[in-house]
Design a protein around this ligand. Structure first.
Ligand code: BGC
Length: 437
């Protein structure tokens, strides 16, 4: 049985956004546990201590995937649930939890995919500088080894780091995500270390040739506000930062220094041999895209030399995330990545739309219809697209935005935590049943 267009559909979730059970069964604190203690940092003053309680309700969520007709369940592992201090002793109860999730997926016919790192660094490692400190690379390698030893007998597809640019940009440059650090030095060191760690994680997992190992990269469509040369240059600069910096070193192209002068700051942290190690041939690219941003040159902004032009000023609809939802980005970036290497398998490993409580879910259906149209174009262009993992299953903790934006195709009552399929889930179920013959 296969889909008529051979596209495989699944969902993506993340530990810190769903699991809850923040201090249960031996889990150590992560930087998000610390960050959310200061409620001023989160828009609705919430935290993720309970989240969707995936820790106890995982079977129910995986059952919903089966009911809808989804085939892949991608989830991330909480590093501090497995190794509470980030390094050292393993928490057997943490291993047991993920074993249960994996075994349940397999039992009901869903393929489990693991993301090794979706932004929740163990606090104990942050106390030593976190991604700013080069020593974290060895800790990450050790952690990946533990994951491989315990889970690779049943999990074939692995994503190493989820969206390095967002994690480090928001957490170590802008300070709006955990651990709340700011500034160019924090950013430059941390981005190089996380990208190098990811390369080393790749080699560890690939000691088992049966595994398929990739990365998930954030892609934001960047356009210039005007035709003026300085705005055009600003757009190229931000495109290099958002859509190339964390990709091109792996392809052997190095950091995009020509378009992005701040690469000189990163170079201070590169040691001999690093760029060679970073030339890894991922088994696939996971492309994740949500929004379009338009930029305008602004000489007074350090390092970036530009500002974003708000959707309001551009007179386009703005989502509850404050960005312009841009479904067309999926087709655009799949095409761009296929130019790097036409043979390389590509996944749309996240896409989705944030709605507020006031908005009707039919807007989400309209969004996914556009995504499907884009994917049909991609297939017609013979791009090697394998599948789509939508963001996300159940409404969850949306980082600094708290629980206000709703990305789920399944809703959740905030008091009872009971789930209910939204119109989109019902529509997708219908769509999938027509797709399979
Ligand atoms: C992240 C998710 C996040 C989503 C919506 C992606 O960049 O991987 O964790 O919830 O965007 O903001």
């Amino acid at each position: 049985m296969g889909s008529k267009n051979h596209i495989i559909w699944g969902v993506t979730t993340a530990a810190a956004q769903t699991e809850g059970a923040f201090d249960k069964d031996g889990k150590g604190p992560s930087i998000w546990d610390t960050f959310t203690k200061n409620s001023r940092k989160i828009k609705d003053k919430s935290n993720n201590q309970i989240a969707t309680n995936f820790y106890e309700r995982f079977a129910e969520d995986i059952d919903v995937c089966v009911d809808i007709g989804l085939k892949i369940f991608r989830f991330s592992i909480s590093w501090s649930r497995i190794i509470p201090d980030g390094t050292g002793a393993i928490n057997e109860k943490g291993i047991a939890f993920y074993n249960k999730v994996i075994d349940y997926c397999l039992k009901v016919g869903i393929e489990p995919w693991i993301t090794t790192y979706h932004w929740d660094l163990p606090q104990k490692l942050q106390d030593k500088g976190g991604w700013r400190n080069r020593e974290v690379i060895a800790d990450y390698e050790n952690y990946v080894r533990v994951l491989k030893d315990h889970f690779s007998d049943r999990v074939k597809n692995w994503i190493l780091v989820n969206e390095a640019i967002v994690c480090i940009g928001a957490g170590y440059f802008l300070g709006i995500h955990a651990p709340g650090k700011r500034g160019i030095k924090n950013f430059s060191a941390s981005i190089h270390h996380i990208l190098l760690a990811q390369a080393k994680g790749f080699y560890i997992l690939k000691t088992d040739n049966n595994l398929l190992v990739g990365t998930a990269v954030s892609c934001t469509k960047i356009e210039a506000y005007t035709d003026q040369k300085r705005d055009q240059k600003a757009a190229l600069r931000i495109d290099a930062l958002m859509n190339r910096l964390c990709i091109e070193p792996y392809i052997g192209l190095g950091y995009p220094k020509n378009e992005l002068p701040l690469v000189t700051n990163i170079e201070k942290f590169i040691q001999e041999g690093d760029m060679e190690i970073m030339k890894v041939d991922f088994d696939f690219w996971g492309i994740q895209t949500y929004a379009r941003e338009v930029v305008k040159s602004a000489w007074y902004i350090p390092y970036l030399g530009c500002v974003l032009v708000s959707p309001k000023k551009r007179k386009v609809p703005v989502s509850v995330m404050g960005w312009e939802t841009y479904s067309e980005g999926a087709e655009f970036f799949l095409e761009r990545f296929s130019k790097y290497d036409p043979e390389k398998p590509l996944w749309l490993s996240e896409c989705g739309i944030a709605l507020s409580d006031e908005e009707d879910d039919s807007k989400r259906i309209a969004y996914y219809k556009k995504i499907i149209k884009g994917m049909e174009n991609v297939i017609a262009k013979k791009i090697n697209l394998k599948g789509i993992l939508l963001w996300t299953l159940v409404d969850n903790f949306e980082w600094a935005e708290g629980y206000i934006p709703k990305f789920g195709i399944v809703g959740m009552d905030k008091t009872t935590l009971n789930r209910k399929m939204k119109k989109t889930a019902i529509w997708l179920k219908e769509y999938f049943s027509n797709q399979f013959d």
